[in-house]
Design a protein around this ligand. Structure first.
Ligand code: URP
Ligand code: ZN
Ligand code: ZN
Ligand code: ZN
Length: 489
């Protein structure tokens, strides 16, 4: 039997195993794992690692920010940058803004993505306007079209939901088997700090970090976890930056809560000292939550190693260091008017490989789990995505574990004018990326056409074994005999 394509002689790794095998690919899918397979086309992977294509599960593409600015990357540049970084699919956000319907929002993002992406894509829905129609009709309709995860914000004046709306969204998501994601920071605390700093004339980028204290994240994570446990609803806490926050999550998980978490490169590789660079340079490192200190980063690394975090995502939120982006408010814009976010699509995985796998902080299998397999399962894309197994999509990244490169802006292939990781020397890079058996990146070159990427209608999240039932006092259904949770799923 001859396959369309054979990847020969590499070391294959999944979230569970590593082994040497050839991979036979036919019709865009993995058809066989074996030895001495023959194909019409072949890739020699001797000395290389053959991994499931990365899944970038948190990035902002062709999206208006909370302050109204448009991201620099669209679905063409964003998907190309992601592919250069070893990703074969990505899940950006479709952001509802107040006054917009959800169906209207998803239609808008379809028009932005169609014909543009080089890799497969889906969306998480951002809910900023939780009207009755959204809760009762539009969220179920979004779920039916394959958008099975909903992000809410506890901060940002134009995006934030209140506690009641949060409970409502958690319970609707729970009833449909969807996953709620949360940006957990206390809005009042940040606003109060910001006002005091500004009143004192402290408007430089470094004060952004001070205005978003660790306590703001810890309080909000605690509240979010409390609500999720109260309703026995699953929850994903995105971009966790603090030891305090991670400890609350670890404890809740230990106690059986269906709480999941994500961290990002900025919380491992950057610190608030980066915001204190001369002039306005610090604006390049402004994101929310902000980078913390080196001790916090070391603590977050340990949580990554022991499994507190299921996901390691870039939170690529690209605003250029010019008047189209960070400096839209002027050359000395006060920190509270500067767009939050930084790029990272193309370096997320090389950073984790070089500083995680090569240093022994995490195993290669953990790397696959954090970069691909967990996102596939948690966001309803398995078994087609996230593994190297017969029948799965041939979404594959071939890595050279020995190659050393210096991070350079020109190798990001995004629409940005800086990378926060400029000059870092990393060892281990993706050299070839396949999406459904098609070469997207080959020998460091883009070889795919925009528009070949397909929309992924995602299924219900697979969150593993059912959690134990919550204690009776946290279970209104048992406590009061009333069906407050809408238990249909
Ligand atoms: O600063 C950030 N992270 N900007 C992107 C929006 C978000 O909150 O994820
Ligand atoms: Zn966020
Ligand atoms: Zn801890
Ligand atoms: Zn984000």
């Amino acid at each position: 039997m001859s396959f369309d394509l054979v990847i020969r002689g590499g070391t294959v790794a999944t979230a569970a195993d590593r082994f040497s095998a050839d991979i036979g690919i036919t019709g865009g899918r993995i058809a066989a794992l074996g030895h001495d397979l023959a194909g019409a086309d072949e890739i020699d992977a001797t000395g290389k690692l053959v991994l499931p294509g990365g899944i970038e599960a948190h990035c902002h593409i062709a999206q208006e920010s909370a302050s109204g600015g448009m991201t620099a990357d669209d679905y063409r540049t964003g998907s190309i940058s992601a592919a250069f970084g070893g990703n074969a699919s990505f899940v950006p956000f479709a952001a509802q803004h107040r006054g917009m319907g959800v169906t209207e929002t998803l239609d808008l993002y379809d028009s932005r993505a169609q014909g543009a992406s080089v890799i497969d894509y889906g969306y998480h829905l951002i809910i900023a306007d939780a009207t009755d129609a959204v809760l009762r009709e539009e969220l179920p309709a979004a779920f039916a079209r394959g958008v099975t995860s909903f992000k809410v914000f506890m901060t940002y004046d134009r995006m934030k939901i209140d506690d009641r709306q949060f409970l409502e969204i958690l319970s609707v998501a729970r009833a449909h088997g969807a996953l709620t994601m949360v940006h957990a920071e206390n809005s009042g605390l940040i606003g109060w700090m910001t006002d005091r700093l500004m009143a004192g004339g402290h408007s430089a980028p470094r004060y952004h970090a001070i205005s978003h204290p660790a306590a703001a994240e810890a309080e909000a994570i605690h509240r979010a976890v409390t609500f999720a446990r109260f309703l026995d609803a699953p929850l994903m806490i995105v971009h966790v930056s603090t030891p305090e926050g991670a400890d609350i999550i670890a404890r809740a998980r230990l106690e059986g809560a269906r709480v999941f978490a994500e961290t990002c490169p900025q919380y491992l590789f950057l610190t608030r000292d980066d915001l204190d660079r001369p002039g306005m340079e610090g604006a390049k490192f402004m994101c929310s939550p902000p980078p913390r200190d080196a001790e916090s980063a070391a603590h977050i690394w340990r949580h990554l190693a022991v499994g507190t975090f299921s996901l390691f995502s870039s939170d690529h939120a690209p605003y250029r260091f010019d008047t189209s982006g960070k400096l839209a408010g002027g050359p000395e814009a006060p920190f509270n008017t500067i767009a939050n976010g930084m790029p990272g699509l193309a370096v997320r995985l090389p950073l984790l490989f070089s500083e995680g796998v090569r240093t022994g902080r995490i195993s290669l299998e953990q790397f696959v789990a954090l970069s691909s397999a967990n996102a596939a399962r948690i966001y309803g894309m398995a078994p087609a995505k996230g593994s190297i197994t017969v029948g799965a999509d041939a979404d594959i990244a071939i890595w050279d574990p020995q190659e050393t490169r210096t991070v350079r802006l020109e190798d990001q292939h995004d629409a940005m004018d800086y990378t926060p990781y400029e000059g870092m020397e990393l060892t281990g890079w993706p050299v070839t990326v396949l999406s459904r058996g098609d070469r997207v990146i080959d020998g460091g070159r883009l070889v795919a056409e925009p528009g070949r990427g397909r929309y992924i209608a995602r299924a219900r999240p697979d969150l593993g074994a059912a959690a134990p039932r919550p204690p009776a006092e946290l279970d209104p259904a048992r406590a009061f005999g009333a069906d407050l949770l809408g238990r249909d799923g």
